[in-house]
Design a protein around this ligand. Structure first.
Ligand code: SF4
Length: 350
């Protein structure tokens, strides 16, 4: 490649095959792609001069062709109750995204955003009430993981990635998919489907379109209701119950796994014994896992967290017939860890 582009290419936004092609054009052998990916995503370097197993000539050429993007920290809050920490990260064009690091029993979980804000406007969600700016690029998704890996997760420690921050990753699957390719890649993050969860509000056609994808990830669908009527009220933009469950089941069968159904328990809305019975019959004998999430109240929201008594009653009715049930006691209640709240408080201050 004799001619360099006038504008530098954002290297973390390219697939391994694209990087490889450019390196081949420069006359470099295939293992150079491995080395570059390892420097970018395993060691997290931010300058080509740090890639010390490449010749100085190659480092200079790469620096003329590519740029290495990163996110800046513009705010953070640490929980006093547990080990969760929420960060507000700024993009190159001055937007703010939230990214949370949680730790339980030595295992870290990085919660990443896939969009700036969210266009779906789910009634119980702080992000939804804050509007939508744009979808994130693949490098902006990857830089959230790199930030936590470089600064907070101890070297060689196990971590999981959940796409449960701001936005819906299936509405931005072009970039989420690109990021997943790097997350799966053995020379980059090297994480498989058990360590990655893509969580969606549930669009049957989009779930069907990713079912055959070669990318490795697990799927979680926010159900949050047992009737399409309540689902429509809580999540007006998402699909109806039967079609969503059908698409989630096909995903699980085709990929020989289970789809997680997330169910945010809202007092007086979806936590009745009838809801528990309906959820039990809707899911019995199907390849699902149910994750109950007692609502995490935020300033100005109209919903309430159910009492411990009604949470226990719900679980008791659900358990005998339903598939695996877990309860996620939301981490970081004291820092309002639910998505969108740090960004909203920054917006209100601005
Ligand atoms: S719950 Fe998820 S999909 Fe719904 S508005 Fe919030 S971020 Fe968007």
């Amino acid at each position: 490649m004799n001619e360099y582009p006038t504008e530098k290419l954002n290297i973390k936004n390219l697939s391994p095959a694209e990087i490889s092609r450019i390196l081949a054009d420069l006359g470099e052998k295939r293992h150079r792609t491995t080395q570059v990916l390892q420097w970018l995503f395993q060691k997290g370097v931010t300058d080509f001069s740090e890639m010390t197993n490449l010749s100085v000539t190659l480092r200079n050429r790469l620096d003329r062709i590519f740029r290495i993007s990163s996110l800046k920290v513009s705010g953070s809050v640490a929980s006093k109750e547990d080990k969760s920490q929420k960060f507000l990260l700024s993009t190159e064009d001055g937007h703010h995204i939230e990214s949370v690091l949680m730790e339980a029993r030595g295992v870290y979980t990085v919660c990443v955003s896939s969009q700036i804000g969210c266009p779906l406007g789910c009634a119980f969600c702080s992000t939804g009430s804050g509007g939508f700016e744009r979808s994130l690029r693949a490098d902006e998704i990857l830089n959230q993981i790199l930030f936590h890996k470089k600064t907070l997760i101890p070297p060689r420690r196990r971590y999981n990635i959940v796409f449960m921050g701001m936005g819906d990753p299936l509405l931005n699957f072009e970039n989420t998919g690109k990021a997943l390719e790097i997350i799966n890649n053995i020379d980059a993050f090297a994480l498989g489907e058990k360590r990655i969860t893509v969580s969606t509000a549930g669009f049957p056609d989009k779930i069907r379109s990713i079912t055959g994808s070669p990318l490795k990830f697990s799927l979680a669908v926010s159900l949050n209701s047992t009737t399409s009527e309540i689902r429509k009220k809580l999540m007006p933009a998402a699909g109806g119950i039967d079609e969503v469950l059908d698409a989630a089941e096909r995903f699980a069968v085709k990929r020989k796994t289970r789809t997680t159904l997330e169910y945010v328990l809202l007092s007086g809305i979806n936590d009745s014994p009838e809801d528990a019975r309906r959820l039990s019959s809707l899911t019995a004998g199907r390849p699902f896992k149910i994750n109950l999430i007692p609502f995490n109240e935020w300033d100005g929201c109209e919903f309430r967290r159910p009492s411990e008594r009604s949470i226990e009653r719900f679980i008791k009715i659900l358990l005998p017939k339903a598939p695996a049930v877990t309860v996620r006691r939301s981490q970081g209640n004291d820092i309002n860890a639910a998505c969108g709240q740090l960004r909203m408080s920054r917006k209100r201050k601005a």
